[in-house]
Write a protein that binds this ligand. Structure first.
Ligand SMILES: *Cc1c(COP(=O)(O)O)cnc(C)c1O
Length: 263
């Protein structure tokens, strides 16, 4: 009896704090990630506003994704074109259904973060607000041509292989500047930064070296005016290594499993 009363009282208490009711596990996990980003920013004397969180939804169900959007997060990422199109369609419908709810974001920005095949370019262009994974001139040219036909000028990042693992996607560091120069000549896309992935390892020094290399390349390209003033983004850092990425200068973090795992 006593315990029942206690439970009831707790429920009553909660009803006075609607924001607590909304603090689901998912919201708590995002909050924890945001706190971790804030500490990493403080340690490295950076502003939290300069680090964008892209929530990677590839392992999430549609209800979880809708909850993330309801919480106000509207930069989402997928690594496959067909999945991106499907989920983006579902989320657009969800937003439309709640169009008169002023607490909801007006739009969701979709980030294409995975390897992009040339034959999928046309499909992804209308939906993706940033393509993180341009790593060959042929792919850049395909995007440029398709964008021209669609009347678009998509924003892209150059993916750099900073870990020297041969099986990894991304242009080798030594070839990145030349490729950036070539991409800069294409009128129908905007090169706005670099993306990299650290290898799967527990060795923090190896991860840090990769991120530092990307940051160095990023600064070089800007300094030598190989790229324009719109070249401002450095996309690096996932669930297991985003603190290091913030410390090494990331402006975009791509985080999935730290938010969705186990839910
Ligand atoms: C899945 C994925 C992420 C997110 O990885 P988590 O470990 O789940 O945070 C980031 N970037 C790319 C390219 C991915 O494919």
């Amino acid at each position: 009896m006593l315990s029942e009363c206690l439970v009831l009282n707790e429920d009553e208490d909660f009803s006075f704090h609607p924001q607590l009711l909304q603090m689901t596990k998912l919201a708590e996990r995002i909050e924890r990630v945001k706190e971790t980003i804030a500490s990493a920013c403080a340690r490295s004397r950076r502003e939290v506003e300069d680090v964008r969180l892209v929530i990677v939804t590839k392992s999430a169900g549609i209800e979880e994704i809708e909850e993330v959007v309801r919480l106000g997060f509207n930069h989402l990422g997928e690594n496959r074109v067909l999945q991106l199109k499907k989920v983006a369609g579902q989320v657009a419908e969800f937003l439309q259904q709640h169009a008169d709810d002023s607490t909801m974001p007006k739009t969701v920005h979709w980030h294409m973060i995975g390897h992009l095949q040339r034959n999928k370019v046309r499909q992804v262009l209308p939906t993706a607000s940033l393509i993180h994974s341009v790593d060959t001139l042929r792919l850049a040219e395909e995007i440029n041509g398709a964008a021209n036909k669609l009347g678009l000028r998509p924003r892209v990042l150059l993916q750099v292989n900073t870990s020297n693992e041969p099986q990894k996607y991304g242009v080798p560091v030594g070839a990145a500047t030349h490729l950036a120069e070539q991409i800069e000549t294409l009128p129908n896309l905007q090169l706005i930064g670099l993306m990299t992935m650290a290898p799967l390892t527990r060795d923090q020094d190896v991860i840090r070296t990769c991120f530092a290399r990307a940051h160095e390349l990023f600064c070089e390209m800007r300094g030598e005016k190989i790229v324009g003033p719109q070249f401002t983004e450095l996309s690096m850092g996932m669930s297991s290594d985003y603190e290091i990425a913030v410390e090494e200068g990331a402006t975009i973090l791509r985080i999935g499993s730290a938010i969705f795992a186990g839910s």
